[in-house]
Design a protein around this ligand. Sequence first.
Ligand SMILES: [Zn+2]
Length: 506
Amino acid sequence: MSRGCVFAESTPAFPVDEGKFRAANPLEPHLMPATTGGIVNLYNEGTRGRWYWQCPDCDGLFEPTYDRLDCNRDLDPGEAGDTAVMVCPHCGSVLPHRHKAELNRRAAQHHGGWLHEGRSVDEATGQRRLVRIDDADIRNTPFASYGFNGVAAAFSSWSGLVERYETARRSFEIDGDDLDFAGVHYTEIGVPYRRPKDGDEDDLTVEALRDHALRLPKGVAPSWARFVTVMVDVQGNRFEVMVMAWGQKGERVAVDRFAIHQPPDEAPSAKGDDGKYRAVDPGRYAEDAWVLAELVDRVYPVDGADWGLKPVAVVIDFNGPKGWSDNAEKFWRRQAREGRGRRFFLSIGRPGFNQRDRVWHEAPERASGGKKARGIKLLNMAVDRLKDSVSAALGRFDTTVGAQHIPVWMDAEHVAEHLAERRGEKGWEPRKGILRNEGFDHSVQGLALAEHLGLNRVNWEAPPAWCLAGLSNPNAVQLERPGDPDSARVRPEPELPRSINFLRRR
Ligand SMILES: [Zn+2]
C-alpha cells in the first residue's frame, strides 16, 4: 500500500445491529462524508478502523493526517513541501519525515496501529472508545473497515504530497476547477473530497453582478485590455456574438454583444422579391456563414487610448442546427485558404468533469455513423470544468485576477444568461425558468480560446507580443480619432485581404 485508501473486509463474527449504522456525528469520529458512495459507504458501515501513531514525546495516540502536517504555505509548492513536518496534536512535538518509518514500525507493535470504533463512550472525551479488532466492545457491524491516510504511507513523501496538494489547491483557487484538487484527496491522501460550498456561486445574482459592473461604453475595450476574443453561438435563425476584452492574469469583460440575423448579399436568395432579407439559415446555406468573416477585422477602441484592438481570433460553435457542422467546416476551410486559418476556431463541447484536459485542439479520430473523419481540427472544450472557472470568475468581486466583469451596458436579460445553469454532481444543468444561456456559453468559449492561445502560460512581467499594451501588439491599430473604430489606420496585411472587399468580389 503506497497511498491513502479506504477498504473493508468481512468479519462475520460480529452480529449486525442496523440501528447503530447512522448515529449522530459527535459519537462517530470517523464517519466519512459519503460524497462518492460505494467504498466510503462500506467504510462508514464497517468498524471504521484508522491507523494510529504514538507520539514519542508524550505517548499520546494520534492519527497522522494531512491536516496535521505543518508547512510554510507562503512558499512555492515545491519549497513548501520541503518544510512539511507532522505535529503531535497532544503536545505539539514536531516530527520530521525521517521518523515516519519508525513510527509505522512502532505502530505495528501496538504503539498505535489499527484502532476501530468501540460501542462505549469514553468519559473523558465524550467520544466512542477506540478499540482493537479483537475487543468485544467493537462497533456492531458485519465487517471491518479500514481507512489509511496517505500521510502514513511508506512510499509517498510528505514533501511530494504537500507539493502536489498545494499546486492543485492554488490552481483551484485561480480557475475554480477542482478536478486535480479532488484527485489529490482521493488518490494521494485517501480521504473523500467535498467541493467547498461556494457561497458566491449561490449568492450570485443578476443584481450582484450589475452592482459590480464595469463602467464602459458598449464597443469600447477597457484601458487595461491586452487582447480581444470573439465568440459565436450558432442558432437556427441567427448568430449570437459576444466580444470579450482580456487584461492581465485572466481579467476580462464583454465589450460587445449582438446577433447577426441577416445573410450576406452573396448568399442564395438573400433577398426576397420584396427586397427584404430572409433570416440567416446556417444549417441550410453554407454561404450564410460568410457574414462571420469580417468579425476578425473589427476594431475595438481601447478606453482613453489612441489605438484599438482587433480580435486575436474568433471561435465559432461547431454544434448548431442540422447541417451546420458541414457548413462550419466549409467556412473554416475557406478562411484557411485565404491564410486566416489561425484566426478562426471551431469549438465543440465535451461534457462531464472527467475530461483529459480543459482544452485541446485536434481533429476527431473517427466520424460518427461511419462517415469519413473530418480533416479539420476542433477546439475541444471540457465545458463543465470551464463552467466551474467561469462561475468562479463572475463571483470574483474583490480581485482583478481571473475576474470576469459584467459591463454596465449589458441589460439584465443578457446578464441573466451568465447564471442560466447550476452545478450538479455530474455537470452543469439548466436552471428552471432561465431559457437562454448564450452569455454563459460565450464566456466558456472565450476562456477555452484564451487558454488554448496560452493565457495560463503568459509571464506578465515579459508578455508575448499578442498580450502587450499599445501599438507593439500585432493586433493593435492606430486610431486617427481616439474612440472611433472607423478611424482605424489600416495596417498593411498582405496575406489578409479586407474581408468586405473579399466578399464583394464574389
Ligand atoms: Zn505528543
